[in-house]
Every structure is written in structure tokens, then in C-alpha cells.
Design a protein around this ligand. Structure first.
Ligand code: ATP
Ligand code: MN
Length: 480
């Protein structure tokens, strides 16, 4: 019986009238004891359901309250009201789930995003989060489509990992040992993990890259798309403790191939959203425009959301070396007038997000791919350049966000790799399984990691990463 319903999106997008339809959804508002704005999550638009006393029981009408779940059957007719082409004239309404108007926590007004974060199930029923999560869904779908079309294999890397030498970030420990001080100890007082569940120390993964490289040495082109965890105490609008990452790893590829792939990839998924989520994106663009109006003139973004997305799809990303970027930053008026919190004094510094944003938003005014960073500030597995100082790394920086992609060509030469690991005090025994890839048929290869939520932030124009994941985890917060 339930599968006979028509989704509101389908009903509204068809111009057809004068037929009977069954719809189900949640009441957004009930106006003049007659007009129900009904939403079933398939679209941001509500269906107007006209409930007339006389056709319907008074007792039922009383139960049509904001938040209630109803089933309505009736004729689809041309709408006389503004804002919609068709509406449903209800011949019967059934209450599937009551919603107590006195206790309903949302008022028919704008609520802050922070407030909504605390009412997890109603948050999904707001216009803003409805749009954000439909766009998030589309982006995830487009990611699989992109890689599938190119013949990449979707690889599931482990969530519980034994390797803690990746250095990508602080890790969460996974253990079943007692936490009351009775866990077995070594002579030096440290925990003895021999008696732990896995017989060794384990963590939640910070990245699937190293495992991904093993698979790329067999399938040529692979990607991962899964949750990653970082116990870093970064209380920022760009960091989560649990986030999703996409990590392609490609055999027979160098840094340039890697950049081309990343750029094509980002353009493809944004174009997909522009094509399939126009209504939601236009809603979010409107929302952003209103938010921007609250800011002083000089802090407002130069482009609206739709314009920005079109721009990214239709223009090449700027490719700049780290060394060139440092020169630009050092010579900038911003630096000379000491407007950076961290002044740029010279080659070798790690770029702060204020520097990245200056390059992208003020200097180049487009996405930027920074390449060839000093080896000291990058991971051990990045391929060493001939200058002895830099590695074949690339970060993609996006307007409003900063780093969105981090990647590199990998060091495929065993001697160079082990030497770098030694310099960085990374125990080779622990990564022996990884070094095997360099022992038996190594090849030039490259890959990158894209933080999914940073991409969703960029596409939706939201400002806080906590608002683009259904159940955000961040320092001091893991509700639901
Ligand atoms: P950042 O300097 O912004 O902390 P990172 O250098 O730690 O980033 P990588 O280790 O290169 O990032 O991870 C790859 C990608 O994962 C990043 O480009 C970013 O998009 C995303 N990312 C990293 N840390 C987080 C986080 N805590 N929350 C959400 N996304 C993240
Ligand atoms: Mn980080």
C-alpha cells in the first residue's frame, strides 16, 4: 500500500493534473486551517495539500500540526495560489504520526545552525539541511560514477588499523583492555597489548593510502571512499574528528598525471551537482547571499555560489610551486603590513590557512594547486625531487576553505624511501608489508586524498564543516 505513493518531487515536476494521487510526508505548516505545506524530503519544495472542512473530519484536521506525518489522497489540480503549478485537493487524510504542537521544538522562524545541531532528527527536516544532505548524496554518487567510468576499482581499506606510522594525524586507540588501571603492563610501565583483542596495539585509521598503494600495484587504478578518524584537537570550522575521505591511487602516474586527475575529478563532481541539484543549490546560494549581507562590504565574497561553481568547472586551476608561492606571499602588501598572524619570512615554513586563503582568494582568485613542497614539512612516502630539498607533493587549495586535496607522487625507489624513513625515525619493521611493494615490481605511482566534507562545504557554500555531515564528531562532542 505504501509503494503506491507519489513522491512530491515527481508530482511537482510533472505538469499533469486531474488524476488521483497519494502522497505522504511531514507537515511543515498548516495555514488558515486549510492549506498544508507537505514535504517528504524528495525536494526542497513543499506540496500544497488543500484540506477542506466538510470533505474531512474535524477531528483529523485538529491533528494536522507542524511536524505531524500524514497520508493524503486526492485530486491533483492546477493551483490557483502563487508559487506552485499544481496542488492536491485532499479527499482523505490519515494521520500516520502525531506531533504534539505544544512540545514541538522548532518554531516557524529561522533557527541557528548550532541550535539545530542539537535536535538531530528535526534538523534533517529544515530547508537548509534538506538541501545540504541531498547535495552530499549527489556528490557521493558522482564520485563513484567518475571512478567507475574510468575503470578504477573501489577498494575497502580497514577502519581498524595496526599501522600507526603514517603520521597523518593523531590517532584514536582501539582496545578492549580494562581502563581501570588493571591492564597488563610492560616492565617500563607502558601497556602490554599482547593480551589485547588483536594481540597488539590498534587504532582507527587516519588514511587508507598505504593499503591503497598495495592494491594499486595490482589493479593499476583504485580509490577508497570511507571514514577516517583524527584525534587532533583542532577546534576549527574545517576539521572533524570523524570524516570521509576519497583516496585514489594510480599506478604508472607522475605528479602531473595526479594533478590532472584531481582537477578533472573535482570539476566532474561539481558539474554533476550543478546538473542534478540545481534547485537545492539555488536555495543554498540564496541563503549564502543573505548571510553575506550581514558582513562588512570588504569581507564579502566576490562571487555568489552558483557563479563560483560555474567558474570552477570552466576554468583551469592555477598550478604554482611552493617556492613561487612563498615569493608571492613574502612580497605581498598583506605580509609587509603585517596583516598575517604568521608572517612569511622565508622558504621552508609550513603554510597556514591564512596564507592558503590569501593565495586563492586575493592573489589568484581561483583554485590553486601548490606543488613541490620542502621535504621537511611533508610525509615520508612522497617522491624526492632531484634538488634534494623538495618532494613531488601537491595540495589543492579552494576559495573559502583552503586545503581540500593533499597528494603526491610516491617514492617508488626502495633505497630513497628507507633512507627517508630512517631520517624521520619511522620504524621500517612496522612498515615491512608496505616496503614489499617497492621490492617486488615497484612502479611510478601517485595519489591524493580529498576530504569529502571539505568538498561538500565548498559546493554548498556552508561555512562550518559540522553542518555538512549528518552526525558531527569534534572535540568534546559526540552526541547521538
Ligand atoms: P589540514 O592541514 O587542513 O589539517 P592535512 O594536511 O592534515 O589537512 P591530509 O592529511 O593531507 O590533510 O588529508 C587529506 C585531506 O583530508 C585534506 O586535504 C582535507 O581535505 C581532509 N582533512 C584532513 N583533516 C581533516 C579533518 N580533521 N576533518 C575533515 N577533513 C580533513
Ligand atoms: Mn591536519
Amino acid at each position: 500500500m505504501f509503494n503506491k505513493r507519489t513522491k512530491i518531487k515527481a508530482l511537482l515536476s510533472s505538469e499533469q493534473t486531474d488524476y488521483e494521487a497519494t502522497v505522504m510526508g511531514w507537515v511543515r505548516t498548516f495555514r488558515n486551517n486549510q492549506f498544508i505545506a507537505l514535504n517528504d524530503g524528495s525536494t526542497n519544495s513543499n506540496l500544497q495539500v488543500v484540506a477542506t472542512l466538510g470533505d474531512l473530519d474535524e477531528a483529523i484536521l485538529k491533528r494536522i500540526t507542524t511536524g505531524a506525518c500524514i497520508k493524503a489522497v486526492g485530486q491533483v489540480i492546477p493551483s490557483l495560489g502563487k508559487g506552485q503549478k499544481v496542488e492536491l485537493k485532499a479527499s482523505s487524510i490519515e494521520i500516520l504520526g502525531d506531533s504534539d504542537a505544544e512540545k514541538f521544538p522548532l518554531q516557524p522562524k529561522k533557527h541557528s545552525l548550532e541550535f539545530l545541531r542539537e535536535i538531530a532528527h528535526l534538523r534533517f527536516r529544515t530547508n537548509t539541511f534538506g538541501a545540504v544532505f541531498r547535495v552530499r548524496h549527489s556528490l557521493a554518487f558522482a564520485i563513484h560514477e567518475f571512478f567507475n567510468k574510468r575503470g578504477f576499482l573501489y577498494l575497502h581499506t580497514p577502519i581498524i588499523t595496526a599501522s600507526d606510522a603514517e603520521g597523518a594525524g593523531e590517532m584514536f586507540k582501539v582496545t578492549t583492555l580494562p581502563l581501570d588501571g588493571t591492564a597488563p603492563k610492560n616492565d617500563n610501565g607502558s601497556i602490554n597489548f599482547k593480551d589485547d583483542f588483536f594481540g597488539r596495539s590498534t587504532n582507527l585509521t587516519v588514511s587508507g593510502q598505504l593499503e591503497g598503494e598495495l592494491a594499486a600495484m595490482a589493479f593499476s587504478d583504485i580509490y577508497t571512499f570511507g571514514p577516517t578518524f583524527r584525534a587532533e584537537n583542532s577546534n576549527t570550522a574545517r576539521h572533524l574528528a570523524e570524516f570521509w575521505m576519497i583516496e585514489p591511487e594510480v599506478a604508472f602516474a607522475d605528479l602531473e598525471d595526479n594533478m590532472d586527475l584531481a582537477e578533472d575529478f573535482i570539476k566532474y563532481i561539481i558539474a554533476y551537482a550543478l546538473e542534478h541539484n540545481r534547485e537545492d543549490l539555488e536555495f543554498l546560494a540564496q541563503r549564502l547571499e543573505e548571510e553575506e549581507k550581514q558582513k562588512p562590504q570588504n569581507e564579502r565574497a566576490e562571487m555568489g555560489l552558483m557563479e563560483k561553481l560555474d567558474f570552477v568547472v570552466n576554468n583551469n586551476f592555477e598550478r604554482v610551486t611552493y617556492t613561487e608561492a612563498i615569493e608571492i606571499l613574502k612580497e605581498s602588501n598583506h605580509n609587509k603590513k603585517k596583516k598575517f598572524q604568521y608572517l612569511v619570512e622565508g622558504w621552508g615554513i609550513d603554510l597556514q590557512s591564512e596564507h592558503e586563503r590569501y593565495l586563492v582568494e586575493k592573489h589568484f582568485k581561483k583554485p590553486v594547486i601548490l606543488t613541490n613542497y620542502p621535504k621537511e614539512i611533508k610525509a615520508f612516502y612522497m617522491r624526492q625531487n632531484d634538488d634534494g630539498k623538495t618532494v613531488a607533493a601537491m595540495d589543492i587549495l579552494a576559495p573559502g576553505i583552503g586545503e581540500i586535496v593533499g597528494g603526491s607522487q610516491r617514492e617508488e625507489r626502495l633505497d630513497k624511501l628507507t633512507q627517508r624513513m630512517e631520517e624521520m625515525h619511522i620504524p621500517a619493521e612496522e612498515l615491512d608489508w608496505y616496503l614489499d611493494t617497492r621490492r617486488f615490481g615497484a612502479c611510478p605511482h601517485a595519489g591524493f586524498g580529498l576530504g569529502f566534507e571539505r568538498l561538500v562545504l565548498f559546493v554548498t557554500g556552508m561555512t562550518n564543516i559540522r553542518d555538512v555531515i549528518p552526525f558531527p564528531r569534534f572535540p568534546k562532542s559526540a552526541s547521538f
